[in-house]
Structure formats: C-alpha cells, structure tokens
Design a protein around this ligand. Structure first.
Ligand code: ATP
Length: 361
C-alpha cells in the first residue's frame, strides 16, 4: 500500500521540457490513470515515480518518505513491462514466479507466493501446464500473476494493453480492474486511450505538452473539463465548440454565438476580455421544434440505440446525439436547444474553462 506524492516535479532533457513542474498526490489503493497524447510526458512521469529517471527538480514522496534520490530497487514499486510477453516453453508456475527466482528468493517462499497468486487469479489447476497450451484468457491471467507476484507497494503500468486488439483489450481492462479491486494496491496506469482511462480509473490525470491539465474522477473530467483540450480529448464523438462573443462579465448566464443566437449557460466564474467558446457535448443538444438555434440536417448516422445527427447552423456544424425514435431527414430544418447545466464556457485565449466546477470553479 502506498501514497505517492509529486512535489513540483520537473524534468528537462537539455532545453526540452518533458514534464513541467507537477504537484499531485496518488492516493493509497487508487487506480490512477495518466492520459494524454503521445509525447505529452506520461511515461517520463511514470519513470520518475519508478526511479528509472531522476527529476531535474522537485521531490517524490512514497508514504511520506522522500525517495527522490532512491534507486528503483530501493522503492518497492513494481514497474510492469510487457505484460503479455510470456516464456512459451515454461509452465504457468515458472512464468509467474520468474521475478522471484531472479531476485533469489528462497524456494519455499517462492512456492507459497506463486500459489497464493494463482489462487487469487483462479488458475491453481493450470500451474504446472505449459503456457503454450493454455487458452488466451488463461495466458493473460498468468501474465497478470507474474506482474503482481512481487508484493510491491505500488504497480506502475505503461500502456500494458497497447498491443492487443480492441475486443481483447476490453476484456483485459475488466480483468485488470477486478484484480485491482481484489488486491487494492496503488496502481498508476499510462494510456493514450480515453476509453480505457474512463473504464478503469478511480481518477484520471490528463496531460498535454508536459503539463497536467486536470485530475479527477472520470465523471468529473467528462462533465466539467478544465480546459478545451481536456474537453476535446475525452468523449467520442467530441464536444462541439462554438465561437461566441467575448467581453463577458463574471457571472454571465448567456453567450451569443456566431449568427446572433443567445444560449443560456451556467454562470461564468470569471470575466472574459477576449473571445468566448461555448462547449456542448453531442448528448446535451436537443433536436425539436423550438430552440435558440436553427439549422439544416446535413447527415444522419444510425448507431443502434442512438443516432448521430449533424446540423449545419449559422454558428457552425454541430453533432447531436439523439434518440433513434426522432425522425429527421437530410436537408430538413430543425431547431436546437441546449441542456444549460451541462454546457461549458471556455476562455478563447487561455482555453481554460470558466464554468463552475471546471478549472476555477
Ligand atoms: P508516448 O506515449 O509516445 O511514450 P509520453 O506521453 O509517454 O508519450 P514521454 O515518453 O514521457 O511521452 O516523452 C515526453 C517527451 O520527452 C517526448 O517528446 C520525448 O521525445 C522526450 N523524451 C523522453 N525521454 C527522453 C530522453 N531520454 N532524451 C530526450 N528526450 C526525451
């Protein structure tokens, strides 16, 4: 069990900043997902927590103890590499206990630990079988067993499911999460896949360009994105962004979008001198007979339970996720209304949210 605290942790490679001064705490027992596009600094952050990379400045604390200068081996943190590369000629048992044998642990302890992990993963009956003969799902459990057999204070995983196809990834996400719930060890998990992050995380840390932009539970990051980048990176299809008139006073309750329509929004937390941008998720726009915006239907994509309707309006083209019992035809004029409480307003210049519960709310 471990709480991991980063205190102004900064990493530069020469002139290049890979991680800009970051301060945050990963709670004991939490499944914490670091999410962001390639090159944003996730792996570097993880490697610093593991002790595989030294910060340029700042401190890393493990359960309150400053471990910044401790080597990886002194930290009692397991970095899970290549979760799925098993040794095909070895038994499940020897695959699982490989890290313990490398560490020179006494035989009896190795046997006890291996059996304990196998029981947890419900693969005791497979321990002495060769992994090459096992079903795919059982092979993955063996791989998980090998990852957790060291009783580390925390597990760090860098895109462990990256090489798997989509369907299998979904299954493994579920297995990993179930396993985490059972062993309750702090887990830090790096991915660029927002769906994976949303499905597994207790809290998500969204990064871009070496900076932490927001940390929060998936529901919060989705509903109240702190910046326009977070809003666009999380959610599929992406949030709609509508440029709006600026010079909004603090506490404004409506914005005027291109074409002149006025749309009610949650009261803003800051005054905006420059342009504003209205953010509306596709499911927070309603197609009907009345509403502040009108437009022509340009495309209808049927998605089973829902349909995705693209409407061309004077404020721009908007994508609306509508129930599939609403009948709309290409070219038809429709009115759009908005779920006021669910909307976001961003500062056009800084791209920060000025919606309560967002960056500053
Ligand atoms: P990815 O998913 O592609 O690994 P990431 O978010 O994990 O992306 P990092 O691997 O942390 O990103 O890299 C952040 C930036 O730091 C990248 O631009 C990378 O090229 C740079 N970088 C990482 N390690 C080094 C290094 N040893 N020397 C120089 N630059 C580095």
């Amino acid at each position: 069990m471990a709480e991991i605290h980063l205190d102004s942790v900064h990493k530069s490679f020469g002139d290049f900043t890979a991680v800009r001064s970051s301060t945050f705490t990963i709670r004991d027992g939490e499944f914490f997902v670091m999410l962001g596009p390639s090159g944003c600094g996730k792996t570097t952050t993880l490697r610093m927590i593991a002790g595989l990379e030294l910060p340029t400045s700042g401190r890393i604390l493990l359960d309150g103890e400053d471990v910044t200068w401790n080597r990886a081996a002194q930290r009692d943190i397991a970095f899970v590499f290549q979760l799925f590369a098993l040794y095909p000629h070895m038994s499940a048992r020897r695959n699982i206990n490989f890290p313990l044998r490398i560490a020179g642990m006494p035989r009896r302890e190795i046997r006890e630990r291996t059996e304990e992990v196998a029981k947890l993963l419900q693969i005791t009956h497979l321990l002495d079988k060769s992994v090459s003969g096992l079903a795919a799902g059982d092979r993955q459990r063996v791989a998980l067993g090998r990852a957790i057999v060291r009783r580390a204070k925390a597990f760090l995983m860098d895109e462990p499911l990256g090489a798997l196809d989509a369907e299998f990834r979904e299954v493994m996400c579920e297995e990993l999460r179930v396993l985490h719930n059972r062993i309750g060890a702090t887990t830090v998990y790096v991915t660029h896949d927002q769906l994976e992050a949303m499905a597994m995380a207790d809290r998500i840390c969204v990064m871009n360009h070496a900076e932490v932009l927001q940390i929060g539970p998936p529901t919060e990051v989705y509903a109240r994105p702190a910046t326009r980048f977070v809003a666009s990176f999380i959610g599929s299809p992406a949030m709609n962004f509508l440029p709006a008139e600026g010079h909004l006073p603090r506490g404004a309750t409506a914005v005027r979008v291109n074409g002149g329509a006025e749309i009610a929004v949650p009261a803003t937390t800051d005054a905006l001198t420059g342009e504003a941008v209205l953010g509306a998720r596709p499911e927070h726009i309603v197609i009907g007979d009345h509403g502040p915006l009108r437009g022509a239907v340009r495309a209808v994509e049927y998605m089973g339970a829902r349909q995705l309707v693209t409407v061309e309006t004077p404020a721009g083209a908007l994508r609306v996720r509508a129930p599939n019992d609403i009948r709309v035809a290409d070219g038809e004029t429709v009115a759009l209304s908005f779920l006021t409480d669910r909307l976001s307003v961003f500062d056009g210049a800084s791209e920060r949210s000025v919606t309560r519960g967002g960056a500053d709310g």
